[in-house]
Design a protein around this ligand. Structure first.
Ligand code: ZN
Length: 128
């Protein structure tokens, strides 16, 4: 894992030569900095980048320059979990009132509502 403080220090002092880019594994960009170092433009860009490295925070820095494999996979897994849990919850809640109303069954003889646990009608004694 790359250290953003090391990258920032390299950008401040050796950024004009693209050393911080080589450190971060951006070799192509480093070569471009090296080729244009005589213009001093890479040094100015590197100074701004050094400030960015210090202010962007570890999470963002690691996502861009660190071992991004583990960091880029984690948010995707979290998103999937959030979608499934939020979509399942309303369905479960809808079942609860239906189950509570099905606790009675109607007598075929007199029409009285009886508890679902009753085998015989409470008002007329007919087998349910
Ligand atoms: Zn009955």
């Amino acid at each position: 894992m790359k250290n953003r403080y090391v990258a920032a220090i390299l950008a401040f002092f050796l950024g004009g030569l693209g050393i911080h880019k080589f450190y971060l594994g951006k070799n192509v960009q480093g070569i471009i900095y090296l080729v244009f170092c005589w213009t001093y433009i890479p040094a100015i860009i590197a100074f701004v980048e050094g400030i960015m490295y210090l202010t962007m925070g570890d999470a963002k820095f690691n996502a861009e320059y660190g071992n991004g494999n583990t960091i880029s996979e984690d948010p995707i897994v979290e998103d999937v979990e959030f979608e499934t849990t939020t979509s399942h919850k309303p369905g479960k809640n809808r079942f609860l009132p239906e189950n509570s109303t099905e606790k009675t069954k109607k007598c075929p003889n007199c029409g009285a509502e009886n508890s679902i646990e009753n085998n015989f009608c409470e008002s007329c004694g007919t087998k349910l």
